[in-house]
Design a protein around this ligand. Structure first.
Ligand SMILES: [Fe+2]
Length: 264
């Protein structure tokens, strides 16, 4: 069973467990001085990555769940790639609505950086879905993505599994964000509901914490590595909470914990 609380940092993780860190909504631009709601996105990502290493040491893998770039530029992905290669642990990248998925796939992969729909981590399966649709803020898996999800979950068998994507498959209570969720969430959950080994659906996009449970799966949203959005607002309101990341401690027996760390 998941432990529904957040714990403090752990550099002392038990043998046989794996630490996965989710970094999301980095919004890097070609312009090195770009700020999002007054936050320098490059500086903020570097501070979050430094916090991650201070609190946890090196994780076993990181997953970046979309809006890695704000402008979809070659230069933004090249800069991000340099950041991720310095970590030297597997980094799994999926696109969000601000990304240029083609450019992302052209620039990021190589060395320890992967753009893939599946990964394995200490007996856990990670299913990494692209919900980005060119020219749209909202997301969709489409028939192809739904088939990929079904196929990968069939392949996972009974292995404990995390499903990661950019767009939330549920409304989060902010009308301006809720117009740009996953538009084929019904079909998505039809598949998820058939697979009790899916421990959590993990997403970005909302720049805030979300933590609810639906059937057997936790639904988890995560702060951005740069600017935060105030929960439950009619329109975009900057939140003064600091940038952060989500960690997952995954045990081989399927037990797990998750929590958030933020910059001071
Ligand atoms: Fe974003």
């Amino acid at each position: 069973m998941a432990t529904p609380h957040q714990t403090a940092s752990r550099t002392d993780r038990p043998a046989g467990t794996r630490l996965l860190v989710q970094l999301t909504d980095c919004h890097i631009r070609a312009d090195g001085g770009f700020t999002y709601d007054g936050i320098d996105t490059r500086e903020s990502l570097q501070e979050v990555m430094a916090l991650m290493q201070a609190r946890h040491g090196l994780p076993d893998a990181v997953a970046l769940t979309g809006d890695l770039s704000d402008d979809g530029s070659q230069a933004a992905y090249a800069w991000l790639r340099r950041c991720l290669t310095t970590l030297a642990v597997p980094a799994y990248c999926i696109p969000g609505n601000h990304d240029d998925a083609e450019m992302l796939r052209a620039v990021l992969p190589g060395d320890n950086v992967h753009v893939t729909d599946w990964a394995e981590l200490g007996g856990w399966q990670l299913v990494l879905l692209s919900s980005a649709v060119a020219g749209r803020e909202g997301g969709s898996l489409g028939r192809g993505g739904q088939d990929t999800l079904s196929g990968l979950l069939r392949f996972a068998g009974h292995a404990p599994t995390l499903v990661l994507l950019h767009h939330p498959p549920v409304p989060v209570g902010s009308p301006w964000l809720d117009t740009m969720c996953l538009d084929d969430a019904e079909a998505f959950f039809e598949v998820i509901d058939r697979h009790p080994n899916v421990r959590a659906v993990v997403f970005g996009h909302i720049h805030q914490i979300y933590d609810e449970t639906r059937e057997h799966a936790r639904l988890l949203g995560t702060p951005s590595t740069c600017a935060q959005f105030t929960p439950k607002t009619e329109r975009h309101v900057k939140d003064l909470q600091t940038a952060g990341y989500r960690w997952f401690l995954l045990r081989a027996d399927g037990d797990w914990e998750t929590g958030i760390e933020r910059l001071p």
